[in-house]
Design a protein around this ligand. Structure first.
Ligand code: LMR
Length: 392
């Protein structure tokens, strides 16, 4: 029976982790998988999370099951961060905890399928796991063009999809810090998208995995909030992996916005049933730590300060790369300063990416995506020189 299985290639992005680890060159640079790094190249546990974990260790009296919804305190503590002061919109937004943002995307797509969605429009390039999740649920993924070569988002493409959508369509949109391009919609573009969605049968699915790493915690949620203010229904996938540094603890949440509070029990009971069938219950530890941070004024401030520091460092990397444009002919860098989050796309071909790895020990995704957090004061000049070498 199992002899029918064909080899399937490992996830290229995750395979880079092992390739990088095996490289013995001391000056190697990891621009692969999306984790934040300090200027020392470390991905430390947030101080606020460490303190919350200690409190959790002292105060937690049981690890008995919580249920498929996970930690409701965590789910609710996060809501004002994502949705603003009117966080439930009068009982029209509710959610469940999920194993990471990936679990939340999975739940959103699976719930959309139960609600009658048959195809999901995805702007490309996108996170390489979006389309596999859509297809694994059994839906059709239809792509449209997300970003222009000049570093702007292709507004006409997304508006065209929304305006031509039919019943049974969904559109997956990145809330901020677009992965992999770093190219977000402007405020005016979000207004146009929200207006178009209000007049369309398309179901918006918004993936928010990097809130706080772009231009600010509130600013990064502005587009999502504009959409939710206008549409009757939406699904939101949220990740705490990056903005709480909880990657391997798998901390995320799924939310649904419905038109009437009376529709919420059906939405949440289906979400809970899907969670039960997929993973039964989400892992608790990281979500509990986030809940403790968000409910404690001092820890919350400490978290906000730590997040500010991360964002400022990412902006420094972007500004430094943009400032190096004159040294690197043929690879546009100047617009990186206007973009947001961990990622940027460099228009390099396979040979140039291989040369960067082989000659300069610079590891990046085969798509041309770099994780800019891998650049530090200690290695950014070497990276710029390597780029100039392969581009020249
Ligand atoms: C990334 O895009 O590098 C991250 O979101 C990690 C992942 O799971 O792919």
């Amino acid at each position: 029976m199992l002899d029918r299985l064909q080899d399937t290639p490992p996830d290229a992005l995750l395979a880079l982790i092992a390739q990088f680890a095996a490289d013995e060159r001391e000056d190697k640079i990891d621009l692969g998988v999306g984790v934040y790094r300090t200027d020392d190249g470390a991905t430390p546990v947030f101080g606020a999370i460490k303190a919350a974990e200690q409190r959790l260790w002292e105060e937690q009296v049981s690890k008995s099951y919580l249920g498929p919804e996970g930690d409701r305190g965590f789910v609710h503590a996060l809501m004002p961060i994502i949705f603003g002061s009117d966080a439930t919109m009068g009982g029209r937004i509710e959610g469940v905890q999920t194993p990471g943002g990936t679990g939340a995307v999975r739940l959103a797509i699976a719930l959309a399928e139960r609600a009658g969605v048959t195809r999901v429009h995805v702007g490309t390039p996108s996170w390489p796991n979006h389309i596999p999740i859509i297809e694994d649920v059994g839906l059709e993924a239809v792509t449209f063009h997300h970003s222009n070569d000049d570093g702007s988002a292709d507004l006409d493409a997304v508006l065209g999809i929304i305006r031509q959508a039919r019943e049974g369509d969904a559109v997956l949109i990145h809330a901020c810090c677009h992965n992999p391009s770093g190219i977000d919609y402007t405020d005016e573009q979000w207004d146009a998208i929200a207006d178009a969605l209000a007049d369309s049968p398309v179901l918006p699915i918004i993936d928010s995995a990097y809130q706080g790493l772009g231009t600010g915690l509130e600013e990064d949620a502005a587009g999502l909030r504009k959409v939710l203010a206008k549409v009757p229904y939406a699904l939101i996938a949220y990740s705490c992996d990056k903005n709480f540094g909880l990657y391997r603890d798998r901390v995320g949440a799924f939310y649904a916005k419905v038109a009437e509070p009376a529709q919420m029990p059906a939405a949440m009971s289906n979400a809970a049933a899907l969670a039960r069938a997929n993973w039964s219950m989400p892992p608790d530890h990281g979500g509990a730590a986030v809940r403790i941070v968000l409910r404690d004024e001092d820890l919350r401030q400490q978290w906000l300060d730590e997040l500010d520091g991360m964002r400022q460092r990412l902006r420094w990397v972007r500004a430094t790369l943009a400032g190096a444009q004159k040294k690197v002919e043929g690879v546009p860098l100047a617009h990186l300063e206007e973009q947001n989050g961990l990622f940027a796309m460099l228009p390099l071909n396979k040979d140039q990416i291989a040369k960067l790895r082989e000659d300069h020990a610079v590891y990046m995704a085969g798509s041309g995506r770099i994780n800019i957090a891998g650049l530090t004061k200690g290695n950014i000049d070497k990276f710029i020189a390597a780029l100039a070498d392969v581009a020249g």
